[in-house]
Design a protein around this ligand. Structure first.
Ligand SMILES: Nc1ncnc2c1ncn2[C@@H]1O[C@H](COP(=O)(O)OP(=O)(O)OP(=O)(O)O)[C@@H](O)[C@H]1O
Ligand SMILES: [Mg+2]
Length: 450
């Protein structure tokens, strides 16, 4: 079995002293459909510093969990996954490049005489200043300093160097014959990322398992606000890491090269009606299956057919699927599975300048006001028997069971917040629930990292 050496733990500690750098959705799409090998190489350089920083924070945090939670076998297992992935990234052999190639890489591509650089991240007007620690607005992402050093890809270095000039998207010349070392490195880096992504597939369920171990050992019924805050940070960070990794693998493979609206896993024209219709179909299918219904309660979708925006369709379908499953469950359980026709759940999509908001209104009887704060805590569920935690569970989001983990709402809210949106819930006990899913359209705000 893999075990972290003392030397590795010291390196992890060093990396954990740097803050994470947030990237915005807009910055992620600047790569365009087919980035040049040089551009990909620069992105790999950014990631080979940024990912270890993010992973190192998680290792430290898992190590320092309070109240004996850090000693739970599943928590230790997850910590080792993070440490191992950290090691794999910093160990990817760096190519030795000629001076000529280095200076080519260092020269940002000129378009119309101006050098194209990464657009700035901006503050999301809906996020309070200082709420997150990533990417202070004063940090210059456009600064051109330290490029030479970055191209040299020296390991380590001073804090100032790392913090000041980290860059994600730096376009390089298209019409250059990049040496094979560049492409080799890109391929190797992407393979390492794939391996890491697979390793971490089961993180959500394994951490959940760790919390269960802790609850049992310590005889705790609910998790306290410290652990809740840790889980929010931890899962949010996971969404960010997987976004960067998934995006980079897709860009390297150019799997969507045939699809004009895709940049990596981001769809620049995500059609809301299409995604919502599919989520409705999936949720109804799971509901019919679970309750043995001939026909699940109906869901009415009110949405402009041509409404689209820049987003990750997988995130949007996840959030809709989770909230719709909750509504269908509430409707069936309130009215009884024998009922012939259930009240219709409405999905209304509104288009604003700042946000696209989706309201999901059901007549499932609502939630008592005193339970509202609980619905956002992990592992809060009103299902009596939590289904077995299957480590393969979150590999296939769409074969998820009807309910029972108490993860649906808190994780969906993290997905919404990740790109500057939010998820809110207002209930009328005795009647039904309205869930508001706000999706930010400005797309230039940085990831909300702690
Ligand atoms: N639309 C709704 N109407 C009534 N109660 C709801 C609604 N949505 C959520 N709830 C309550 O909030 C609880 C938590 O919801 P959440 O989706 O986080 O977990 P879950 O549905 O129990 O399990 P899973 O993680 O599988 O989704 C539910 O168990 C249910 O009691
Ligand atoms: Mg749910």
């Amino acid at each position: 079995m893999w075990k972290a050496s003392d030397k590795l733990m010291a390196t992890i500690k060093h990396y954990a002293s740097f803050p994470a750098t947030g990237v915005s959705l807009r910055q992620m799409v600047q790569f365009g459909e087919t980035p040049s090998p040089g551009t990909l190489f620069r992105a790999s350089q950014f990631l080979s510093e940024e990912l270890p920083i993010r992973l190192a924070h998680r290792v430290q945090e898992l190590n320092d969990l309070p109240d004996g939670l850090n000693d739970m076998p599943s928590i230790k297992k997850v910590r080792d996954w993070y440490a191992q992935s950290f090691e794999e990234i910093i160990d990817v052999p760096k190519p030795s490049l000629s001076q000529e190639v280095k200076s080519l890489l260092a020269r940002p591509m000129k378009s119309n005489g101006h050098s194209k650089t990464l657009s700035k991240t901006t503050w999301n007007p809906s996020v309070k200043e200082g709420q997150y620690r990533s990417s202070p607005p004063s940090m210059s992402i456009n600064g051109n300093r330290h490029i030479e050093e970055q191209v040299g890809m020296t390991n380590g270095g001073t804090k100032a160097r790392l913090a000041a000039a980290r860059r994600y998207f730096v376009p390089s010349e298209d019409h250059v014959d990049w040496p094979p070392e560049i492409d080799d490195f890109n391929q190797r880096f992407s393979q390492t990322l794939q391996q890491i992504k697979r390793r971490h597939d089961g993180v959500v369920t394994t951490v959940a398992q760790g919390i269960l171990e802790y609850k049992r050992k310590r005889q705790r019924l609910q998790i306290d606000s410290n652990i809740q805050a840790f889980l929010d940070r931890f899962y949010m960070s996971r969404i960010g890491i997987r976004m960067l990794i998934g995006q980079h693998i897709a860009l390297t493979e150019q799997t969507h090269a045939h699809h004009p609206n895709y940049v990596g896993i981001i769809c620049t024209k995500t059609n809301i009606q299409e995604v919502a219709m599919e989520a409705i179909e999936n949720a109804r299918f799971v509901c019919e299956d679970h309750y043995g219904l001939f026909e699940a309660p109906k869901i009415q979708l009110i949405c402009k057919p041509d409404l689209d925006f820049m987003y990750v369709p997988g995130h949007l379908s996840h959030m809709l699927f989770e909230t719709l499953k909750n509504s269908l469950r509430a409707v069936v359980e309130r009215h009884g599975a024998e009922k012939e026709d259930f009240p219709v759940t409405k999905v209304i999509v509104a288009e604003g300048r700042e946000d696209i908001t989706i309201k999901i209104s059901d007549e499932g009887g609502g939630i008592p006001r005193s339970s509202i704060p609980l619905v956002w805590t992990y592992m809060y569920t009103t299902v009596d028997q939590t289904p077995n935690l299957d480590p393969d569970f979150d590999k296939s989001d769409f074969k998820a069971p009807m309910a029972g983990f108490g993860y649906g709402l808190p994780i969906s809210r993290l997905y919404a917040r990740y790109f500057g949106g939010d998820l809110k819930l207002i209930s009328m006990e005795g009647y039904g629930t309205d869930v508001y899913l706000h999706l930010n359209r400005l797309s230039s705000s940085s990831e909300p990292l702690h």
